[in-house]
Design a protein around this ligand. Structure first.
Ligand code: ADP
Ligand code: 5GP
Length: 241
């Protein structure tokens, strides 16, 4: 039976764990984001100096349907100095998706060529079908310029990045329940029933990776999740600055 997702934050010194029912393996913490200025649910503008500091590669990890892209876009609108690193994929574009905006959409042969040339920081076959990869050069350029490079990856990609670039900040993102993930996948209506089932099965396998991440964010309320991500990035920059 799917349980609750463990999404306690790594920056929340004062967060109180709210323990879930005893038969569930996970508990959900109170979000620490209430300490941030102007963090009421909804739009959060990054305060001056809140994310200044050295360049940083931040990766958002979590099951499909967790809200990683949504949180990423919200962070980019709040912090215009941050740069989204686009993934390369062999998956065909969904309705409304554009090459160079949502992904670099590549043919299988071009993906293989770039992989063989070593241009990817990590790559994975996601859901056993399409290739997804992080272009190394884009990450290095943004971080080298002292900016935040941010993107989402699946758990396989995150494991590779842990080895190839251990200084990257790994942030696990998920709502508190698998039921909510399912609801979001169905509402998003971008996948077939078959694909939704595959993604949900994969979600259960991915959840334990949360424990290996530097930070965990509950994406129940988007405004609170955004405030928390902002706090995570600011704290990592302070720590390394
Ligand atoms: P992912 O990138 O992790 O696969 P998406 O960002 O595409 O997930 O989000 C999946 C669906 O859930 C989208 O329809 C999105 O609008 C919705 N969603 C994302 N975050 C929230 C949230 N905090 N509350 C409610 N719905 C959300
Ligand atoms: P989607 O097809 O829904 O856009 O993405 C499917 C999955 O691929 C998501 O879990 C997403 O995090 C993952 N993904 C997106 N970009 C990359 C990437 O560059 N590398 C890896 N390993 N996974 C990625």
């Amino acid at each position: 039976m799917p349980g609750r997702v463990c999404v306690c934050t790594g920056v929340a010194e004062s967060a109180t764990r709210q323990t879930g029912p005893a038969d569930l393996p996970y508990s959900v913490p109170a979000l620490a984001a209430a300490r941030l200025p102007g963090r009421a649910a909804g739009h959060h503008t990054v305060m001056s100096g809140e994310t200044s500091g050295p360049g940083l590669f931040v990766i958002l990890i979590g099951p499909s349907g967790a809200g990683k892209s949504t949180l990423l876009k919200a962070y980019l609108s709040a912090d215009p100095t941050a740069v989204r690193v686009l993934s390369c994929t062999t998956r065909p574009p969904r309705a409304g998706e554009q090459d160079g905006v949502d992904y670099h959409f590549l043919s299988d042969s071009e993906f293989s060529r770039r992989r063989a040339a070593g241009t990817f920081l990590e790559y994975a076959q996601v859901f056993g079908r399409h290739g997804y990869a992080t272009p190394r050069e884009e990450v290095l350029t943004v971080v080298g310029a002292g900016r935040i490079a941010i993107k989402d990856v699946d758990v396989q990609g995150a494991s590779q990045i842990r080895k190839a670039m251990p200084e990257a900040v790994q942030v696990f993102v998920a709502p508190s329940t698998l039921t909510e993930i399912e609801r979001r996948l169905r509402d998003r209506a971008t996948e077939s029933e078959d694909a939704i089932r595959r993604r949900l099965a994969e979600a259960e396998r991915e959840l334990p990776y949360a424990e290996r991440c530097d930070h965990r964010i509950a994406n129940d309320d988007l405004g609170a999740a955004l405030a928390e991500l902002t706090a995570v990035i600011a704290s990592e920059r302070r720590r390394r600055g």
